[in-house]
Design a protein around this ligand. Structure first.
Ligand code: HEM
Length: 656
């Protein structure tokens, strides 16, 4: 079977450099072209026909096709006499759904690969052969090549390509994929082709005549201001519990409001509505201003988190082997070994600090996987280094003067030393015949394209900074909850035993675990490491919920705030791993469970993190009998640059 028109339109719009397809096409244009595409498919399947004034249902039999059947069912159920324009408008309302289904199909067919939310790459097969695999084993030439040939040569296009050209022309798609001069060159040809298809002509007319509904109301004047104290504004509430403050103001003021802390002013976006906007709002937001000084202090020009736009998309794709689950693929045993070695050094019956223990283990795991070296000797300096930079340059919680304290200066020096060591250990001759690690991939990209990734941007410590304060903290929280709950612990141990009894698990074995996985999901919901994303600057002004947000504003996006809203997670303060069962699936509600962020900077390490967390809990509980110290100890949590759990535990006995 050929691709459906909506799929081909998506592929025609796909921009290989950026990895997305709606970069500059207005949402209503995308919706109308997809609506037209669905109606054209229904016409070619002899389900509908048109006469000058009407759309006529010919056959209501479903096609067993989730892209087309919903519109066919709507047409079949409708009793009025409607024209094509009406059905373009009705179907365009489902534009986002049609787009998502078409994208999911292209991924399932192995044409696109999902890199991260909203970012796709062409599969290797398509990018090399420029052909799409189809279900019947035929290969179809890539749509852009076909359409460009039809426009720029005198070849007579295939009837399907005529339809695609009609649809693309009517909805302004060519303005997005051709330059102005190219468009002038082929304008006459497009008009000629437009006339070749009769149904196409009526669809073009309907699309051209379609007026998107006007926004519900004109932008209101002022974004509401959250009440606060004179001079300091909301500084105290923000420092004490930013998440609670945001929930309260969301209830009072809605999903957008202004907040102030001393002389810093922010526009806050919060709630599921805000998350839905951020997911697709890449062109309005920029991270550069937040990270520029942090990078400079580490001797790095630009890094993945400080970039936006095409270069950022390219860097994310190029560094797949540095920041994603690829790091641990085939190397689960190495991560287990690090943990076993650490446990071997735990004294019996002496209290051990929960967080620090997990920091040491996770640091070494990431060190071994990404840099091919354990780095626990650097643990304290690594922590001081990253935390000082975060607090000074990103969160601006402390003055720069604090960086001149002797232990901080020492930490910076040791990081320079570690960077040099990593570089020396990764000289090509030393890495010969060794499987490439994250640093090898980074250096390979630098050698291949030194202008794109110059020496000044080689962020050797990136995996350590990204993984340490995240995976370690979640492991520490989860370990506490498991030690506190004997019933749950028993279930986890049973699952771990069944897993390891088959030998060393693979990444896909680990992803199939049920109870451990649901426990990890609940821990990440209950203890989101931060209530807000790193700050964004508004690069292009935009409208949100009727308010205009001007360029240049600083945005606080409370992305994990819905985690604690009872309308999405009933009794949100309660630990309950059954929220994630297929029946309840509370996390599946749109934009409410996003512990790994969303949009352009969504965490690429999410699967790596999940694998490490699940693996660590399964391993540690299998290896030893452990208890909290004292047994009834309550968890203390400090909100700093991240959520920091504080408790102790002790080893009762080893199991082997
Ligand atoms: C439980 C563990 C983790 C959590 C909760 C987490 C969460 C996040 C979040 C919320 C963001 C988005 C930040 C923003 O938009 O401002 C992010 C970005 C990022 N994370 Fe994670 N992360 C985790 C583990 C990891 C690991 C293990 C790695 C890799 C070693 C990693 C690598 C990254 C990178 C490179 C980015 C920046 C991506 C970009 O800017 O395009 N993360 N993470």
């Amino acid at each position: 079977m050929n691709l459906r028109f909506p799929e081909e339109i998506i592929l025609l719009l796909y921009n290989e450099d950026r990895g997305d397809f709606t970069h500059s096409l207005a949402p209503h244009s995308l919706h109308t072209v997809l609506a037209g595409a669905v109606l054209m498919d229904l016409a070619l399947e002899n389900r509908i026909d048109t006469d000058p004034g009407h759309l006529i249902l010919v056959d209501a039999t479903p096609l067993a096709d989730d892209l087309l059947d919903p519109t066919l069912a709507d047409i079949a159920q409708d009793t009025g006499a409607r024209d094509l324009g009406y059905w373009v408008a009705q179907t365009a309302k489902q534009g986002d759904e049609i787009r998502d289904k078409a994208l999911a199909r292209l991924v399932n067919r192995g044409i696109l690969e999902a890199e991260s939310e909203g970012i796709f790459s062409l599969s290797r097969l398509v990018s090399r052969s420029r052909r799409y695999p189809t279900i019947d084993g035929q290969r179809v030439e890539e749509v852009r090549l076909r359409i460009m040939r039809a426009l720029f040569t005198d070849e007579i296009p295939d009837p399907r390509d005529i339809v695609i050209i009609c649809l693309a022309d009517a909805s302004g798609v060519f303005k997005n994929i051709l330059s102005q001069s190219e468009l002038s060159e082929v304008q006459d040809r497009i008009e000629l082709i437009d006339k070749m298809d009769l149904i196409g002509q009526s669809v073009i007319r309907a699309i051209r005549e379609y007026e998107p509904p006007a926004p519900a109301s004109a932008p209101r004047k002022e974004i509401p201001q959250a009440p606060g104290l004179p001079l300091i504004g909301n500084a105290i509430g923000m420092k004490r519990d930013l998440g609670s403050l945001l929930v309260k103001q969301y209830r009072n003021l809605g999903p957008i409001f202004r907040i102030k802390a001393f002389n810093r002013r922010f526009v806050v976006l919060v709630g599921a509505e805000a998350n839905a906007f951020v997911k697709r709002g890449g062109k309005y937001l920029r991270t550069l201003e937040t990270w520029i000084d942090y990078n400079k202090a580490g001797g790095v020009g630009r890094s993945i988190i400080s970039m936006d736009g095409p270069d950022h998309i390219r860097l994310r794709k190029e560094l797949t082997n540095m920041y994603t689950h690829h790091l641990i693929e085939g190397r689960v045993g190495d991560a287990v070994h690090v943990l076993q070695q650490d446990i071997a050094g735990w004294p019996q019956d002496k209290p051990l600090p929960g967080l620090y223990t997990w920091q040491r283990i996770v640091l070494d795991q990431i060190g071994v996987l990404a840099l091919s070296m354990p780095v626990h000797d650097y643990l304290d300096d690594i922590m001081i280094y990253f935390q000082s930079k975060m607090k000074t340059y990103v969160m601006r919680q402390q003055p720069r003067l604090m960086l001149y304290r002797p232990h901080v200066r020492r930490a910076f020096k040791r990081m320079e030393e570690l960077t040099q060591r990593i570089l020396a250990d990764h000289e090509p001759e030393k890495r010969r015949n060794k499987p490439p690690d994250a640093i090898d991939h980074l250096l390979e990209l630098h050698r291949r394209d030194p202008q794109f990734l110059p020496e000044t941007d080689l962020d050797m410590l990136g995996p350590l900074s990204a993984g340490l304060d995240t995976v370690a903290n979640i492991c520490a929280f989860m370990f506490y909850e498991l030690l506190k709950r004997p019933d749950l612990r028993e279930q986890v141990i049973a699952e771990a035993d069944a897993l390891f009894d088959q030998g060393m698990p693979t990444v896909s074995d680990l992803r199939k675990l049920d109870v451990i996985h649901r426990t990890a999901m609940e821990i990440i919901r209950l203890y989101p490491l931060a209530p807000v994303m790193s700050l964004r600057t508004v690069a292009n002004s935009f409208e949100f919920e009727g308010y205009k947000v001007p360029a240049g504003e600083t945005l606080l996006i409370g992305f994990t705030v819905p985690h604690r809203m009872p309308e999405y997670f009933p009794k949100p303060e309660r630990f309950d791993i059954d929220r994630y069962t297929a029946e309840r699936a509370e996390h599946r509600q749109h934009g409410v469970y996003v512990p790994f962020g969303l949009g352009a900077h969504r965490c690429p390490g999410n699967r790596l993190a999940e694998v490490l967390i699940v693996l660590n809990m399964a391993t540690v509980l299998r290896e030893a009998e452990l208890v909290l110290h004292p047994p009834d100890c309550e968890l203390k949590i400090k909100q700093s640059y991240a959520l920091l759990p504080n408790y102790k535990f002790r080893l009762v006995r080893r199991h082997r």
